[in-house]
Design a binder for this molecule. Structure first.
Ligand SMILES: Nc1ncnc2c1ncn2[C@@H]1O[C@H](COP(=O)(O)OP(=O)(O)OP(=O)(O)O)[C@@H](O)[C@H]1O
Length: 247
């Protein structure tokens, strides 16, 4: 791992269940993710995309191999230390927003800090809120916000700790194309402007076109990699892998 590598998977494997019910979700995936790099993870349904990012980010435990964040092997950490790495070094964005309905947008955004008894850095919080266009929505509850606004709150929450790694699992899956484009532009900005490492699972070739590179998984293996992707090139590559998997 060189100093530019923020996250690294080495021969990451995951088997769910055992005996005749065992499912091999990941069959040994190795990949490194550099500072400021925006990577999309693509592949057919069931190819192991979510399992891969969940294992890499310490949300799930791999069966074999190692996942490291900022040089720390997550497998060597006890629960408390792992929770701290997740909270301080990684920002998560999910398809379903995962905001707490009883908290205001502002309270949701600062939740990762509140949970560790920390106060927000006001200048950074202002930058994030301005970038997300949320300045006039901070007192609103999630139910009073559109889907796009809710996802921008979720992005602000992911960014508030200035994490080195942002993990986004189908962040535009529940959004219309305009709101989706806003979120994708923001993720790209996180990488380009703020040098964060962004890892995004997506089925959408247009979304993948925002990334610097695409990793393609099939049957739990890394089967290809594309740099400077365009939606057309990504679509073409997906068709070649498994035509029936293109939605
Ligand atoms: N908790 C679990 N228990 C058992 N099997 C699981 C579990 N989670 C995932 N799997 C299986 O592991 C394989 C990989 O799943 P995963 O969700 O990582 O794929 P994916 O590429 O993200 O799929 P999708 O695009 O449909 O979200 C699938 O066969 C899935 O059924």
């Amino acid at each position: 791992m060189n100093e530019q590598t923020v996250a690294e998977a080495q021969q990451l494997g995951k088997v769910y269940g055992d005996g005749s019910a065992a499912v091999v979700a990941l069959a040994g995936v190795s990949a490194g993710f550099r500072r400021g790099e925006f990577t999309a993870i693509m592949g057919p349904s069931g190819s192991g995309k979510s399992t891969f990012v969940h294992c890499l980010a310490g949300l799930d435990q791999p069966t074999t191999g190692t996942a490291s964040i900022a040089g720390t092997d997550l497998g060597s950490l006890d629960d408390e230390k792992l929770t701290r790495v997740r909270r301080e070094k990684i920002g998560f964005v999910f398809q379903s927003f995962n905001l707490l309905p009883t908290l205001s947008a502002w309270e949701n955004i600062i939740l990762p800090l509140s949970l560790s008894g920390r106060k927000p850095d006001r200048a950074w919080a202002d930058r994030v809120i301005t970038a997300m266009g949320l300045g006039d929505r901070l007192e609103h509850r999630p139910a009073q916000l559109s889907g796009g606004q809710q996802q921008r709150v979720a992005c602000a929450r992911a960014l508030i700790t200035r994490p080195e790694l942002i993990v986004a699992d189908e962040p535009t899956g529940n959004l219309d194309s305009r709101s989706g484009a806003q979120i994708l532009g923001l993720l790209r900005r996180c990488a380009r402007e703020w040098q964060q490492t962004v890892l995004m699972v997506t089925h959408d070739p247009i979304a993948a076109g925002y990334a610097d590179r695409v990793l393609f998984l099939a049957d739990g293996r890394l089967v290809d990699e594309m740099h400077q992707p365009t939606p057309a090139l990504v679509l073409d590559r997906m068709r070649r892998f498994e035509p029936q998997a293109v939605r």
